[in-house]
Design a protein around this ligand. Structure first.
Ligand code: A2P
Length: 328
């Protein structure tokens, strides 16, 4: 399995299994399917509410004689726990659910913070339905993240969904530099500027939704009654053509493209055949001219699928990371 050397010195497998939207009753089997076809990197988050089921899969895999040291497990500090006093507490809960004594990578999931409701898991709401925003102290949170590394509960630390100026602020005060930035990245949102910036800072990139998140439309309609705009990159002419040329599937072309841009990929799937298909991306290469063709699919900000505005009122948070309005 191909790996990226992080600034922490640890290795991160380039291919991981994404598990957002994977319900507990399906994720255990998905993780076992992935491990059985060679995945060694599993990505989850406190907010995905599936850490417990993932922990059960890992326990089963260890029982079969496999080693913890061979795995790379990522989880994330939730937006409702994004304050210095909460970091250790939420990490401990994640570790206990995952049934692990350390995670390989702990990320600040979002650059903004909400007040938790009475369950502690979801954002509290104002009377008008907007979420209760809290001030966010990135520097204080980062210092607590560093303490978790020193305590041995986390091997590497990083951020997710942060923009350039937010990353710069952290880098300026960090004793332990962020190892990884996890962002939405796919053919329609190629993120060249942010990727180049992170390269200079020696921050590895992990691309989420690398297939263009085809399952999200249904998810957001069901959960928030929101109709999501998402570019159908899996069926674009360029991808269809390259799939024919290389005798690969469109998904394999999309994943290979992102890997050749230098990022790790964490495609989500709960289907064993597709989990296996998505892993077969290391035995072919897109040529320079094919990479150029893929460049034309980039729509910049217009290609972003997950702008988090489904968190009602989030764009009014001072740390909202994306442009508030995107011109056509
Ligand atoms: P499924 O779980 O039924 O396989 P992304 O990682 O970009 O968010 O995409 C995840 C979505 O893409 C899921 O809905 C998943 O559905 C679907 N998917 C995963 N792998 C493939 C594939 N190889 N071909 C087509 N769709 C896929």
């Amino acid at each position: 399995m191909y790996k990226i050397r992080l600034s922490s010195g640890h290795l991160m497998p380039v291919l991981g299994l994404g598990t957002w939207q994977a319900a507990p009753d399906v994720v255990t089997q998905a993780v076992l399917s992935a491990l059985n076809v060679g995945y060694r990197h599993i990505d989850t988050a406190y907010n995905y509410r599936n850490e417990d089921a993932i922990g059960s899969a890992l326990q089963q895999w260890f029982k079969e004689g496999n080693n913890r040291e061979d795995l790379f497990i990522t989880t994330k500090l939730p937006h409702v726990g994004n304050r210095p006093a909460d970091v250790e507490n939420y990490l401990n809960r994640s570790l206990s659910r995952l049934k692990l004594d350390y995670v390989d990578l702990y990320l600040i999931h979002m650059p903004f913070t909400f007040s938790p409701d009475e369950t502690g898991d979801s954002p509290a709401k104002n009377e008008d339905g907007t979420l209760v925003l809290n001030e966010t102290d990135h520097i204080g949170v980062w210092k607590e993240m560093e303490k978790q590394v020193n305590a041995g509960k986390v091997r590497s630390i990083g951020i997710s969904n942060f923009n350039k100026s937010q990353i710069e602020r952290l880098c300026n005060i960090a004793t332990i530099q962020p190892s990884c930035l996890q962002i939405e990245m796919h053919a329609a949102l190629q993120q060249k500027d942010l990727v180049d910036f992170c390269k200079q800072k020696n921050i590895a990139i992990t691309a989420y939704s690398p297939l263009g998140s085809p399952g999200s439309k249904q998810h957001f309609m069901n959960k928030y009654q929101i109709s999501l705009q998402s570019p159908d990159i899996l069926h674009s002419d360029t991808v269809t053509k390259l799939a024919k040329t290389h005798k690969r599937t469109p998904a394999q072309i999309l994943l290979r493209h992102i890997v050749q841009l230098g990022a790790a990929v964490i495609p989500k799937s709960s289907n064993p055949a597709r989990i296996s298909e998505n892993s077969k991306i290391f035995d072919f290469e897109l040529s320079e001219s094919e990479m150029e063709e893929m460049k034309h699919l980039d729509q910049g900000e217009k290609g972003r699928i997950l702008d988090f505005k489904f968190f009602k009122g989030v764009e009014n948070h001072p740390e909202y990371p994306f442009p508030k309005a995107v011109s056509n």
